[in-house]
Write a protein that binds this ligand. Structure first.
Ligand SMILES: Cc1cc2nc3c(=O)[nH]c(=O)nc-3n(C[C@H](O)[C@H](O)[C@H](O)COP(=O)(O)OP(=O)(O)OC[C@H]3O[C@@H](n4cnc5c(N)ncnc54)[C@H](O)[C@@H]3O)c2cc1C
Length: 414
């Protein structure tokens, strides 16, 4: 698991504290069960991992005429996907003003445009699922954490405005009037969204299976052999899966399959409050985040709860202690109450998770020379889910031998 699960023997020491499980896992529970693989298998496309990246990629390939199967070493959706706070934003962790200096202005702007498009694509996709899936568009507000951050945020605003993004600049008085808290300045953006990523993963997998494909839980791939024509996977219980193409969608664990270091692994934290009265919610239930590093972000979630996340650490330990999570929860709560002191916020669930971040904030999507017939669908970074949609679209095209004009932006050897 990528999130921290409190150990039974430490429960006593930490009694009376909020539940340390991802909220969605508790709220949604086990949504669907999939069998483990029990015999050798031959497919056109094998997908390793069954999180949101795999589910989106599988769904995009469902009507391709190819026989596709998805394999997870544990349970579908229960990796980072169940822990995700699922802010869907086109603003990646690297501001456009910085990204343009790293990869050039046209590609930087195109990355932002692709992320914006991904939000609307996921909305359309949710509508098209059977049954239709709950998705909400939400505006987002990024406020300057300190007065000294205002000049850079204003530069960011001007550059995005120049490229046609639907944004408004809010002065301190506008932020106060509209959102009820103090901030020296902010960008208010029309394009954002939210979704339950864990439930969506299962909805996508259901539609994928309805199209005649298979999903397997408890089927760990322990060895990968590449021949010129195909890929042969070996599972932990000694079964082989022969595939013409392999897609690796193992979240940050995908880094094991890439010889070059391309990302760092960070720890991130999240908490969900007890339900609140309607009066405590803010303008259009916007997604709110700030310019400080590491940043804090918050949004409204189902059942009238408030979700707060962030305050990342630049490292990851697979077993973050309950007391470390409690400390971070208190930090997040304090940071939130500094902005919204009138809200009687009581934490109910809190958890930690890992995510991979790259130097330029963009994901890596596509192939590496060392692994022929293999594609990586890596939902890295704070925008992992929007990147997963872009990865699914690009990999769909590459597998079907179609040219994708945007694939180069996310290539490995950039
Ligand atoms: C606390 C937290 C908050 C986040 N908030 C946001 C947010 O607000 N917005 C956003 O866009 N993103 C966010 N992210 C990031 C986002 O959750 C991830 O980018 C996304 O869930 C990654 O999905 P995935 O399918 O790539 O990986 P995962 O969900 O981790 O799935 C990978 C799967 O691969 C399986 N696997 C691994 N190795 C093998 C193997 N050898 N054989 C078979 N299966 C294997 C694992 O069991 C796992 O189920 C957040 C992440 C965390 C942890």
């Amino acid at each position: 698991m990528t999130y921290n699960v409190i150990q039974a023997n430490s429960l006593q020491k930490h009694m009376n504290l909020y539940d340390q499980q991802p909220y969605w896992l508790m709220k949604d529970g086990i949504v669907a069960s999939y069998p483990s693989l029990q015999q050798h298998l031959q497919v056109d496309v094998a997908i390793m991992g069954a999180g949101i990246s795999a589910a989106l990629t599988a769904w995009h390939l469902r009507n391709s005429g190819l026989k596709v199967a998805v394999f997870d070493k544990k349970h579908a959706g229960m990796g980072s996907t169940a822990a995700s706070t699922a802010f869907l934003q086109y603003e990646i962790d690297t501001p456009l003003t910085v990204l343009k200096n790293l990869i050039g202005e046209p590609d930087a702007v195109r990355s932002y445009e692709l992320c914006r498009k991904a939000i609307y694509d996921i909305g359309d996709l949710c509508k098209s699922l059977k049954p239709a899936f709950d998705f909400h568009l939400r505006p987002s507000l990024q406020y300057a954490s300190f007065k000294s951050h205002t000049a850079n945020l204003l530069k960011e605003f001007k550059l995005r405005k120049k490229h046609g993004f639907k944004i408004e600049w809010l002065e301190n008085t506008d932020v106060k009037k509209t959102f009820g808290f103090d901030a020296p300045g902010a960008i208010f953006s029309a394009d954002g969204g939210e979704v339950d990523a864990y439930l969506l993963t299962h909805a996508l997998l259901k539609n994928f299976m309805d199209a005649g494909h298979k999903v397997y839980n408890n089927t760990a791939i322990v060895h990968i052999e590449h021949t010129r024509q195909r890929v042969i996977l070996l599972t932990a219980n000694n079964l082989t899966i022969k595939a013409k193409k392999l897609i690796i969608a193992c979240g940050y664990e995908s880094l094991h399959y890439i010889p070059k270091k391309i990302a760092d692994i960070n720890s991130t934290y999240a908490m969900v409050s007890e339900p609140m009265a309607d009066e405590f919610f803010w303008h259009k239930n916007s997604l709110i985040w700030e310019t400080a590093t590491p940043y804090m972000y918050f949004r409204a979630v189902s059942e009238n709860r408030i979700l707060i996340g962030g305050r990342d650490d630049p490292f990851h330990h697979p077993h973050i202690s309950p007391s470390a999570i409690n400390r971070k929860t208190e930090m997040l709560k304090k940071a939130f109450l500094k902005k919204m002191p009138h809200i009687p916020l009581v934490p109910d669930f809190s958890w930690a998770g890992a995510f991979a971040s790259t130097k330029d904030g963009l994901p890596y999507i596509g192939s590496i020379a060392e692994r022929p017939n293999t594609f990586f669908a890596l939902g890295f970074g704070g925008n992992g889910i929007t990147f997963s949609i872009i990865a699914a679209q690009i990999i769909h095209d590459l597998i079907l031998g179609k040219k994708n004009a945007d694939a180069d932006i996310f290539r490995f050897n950039r």
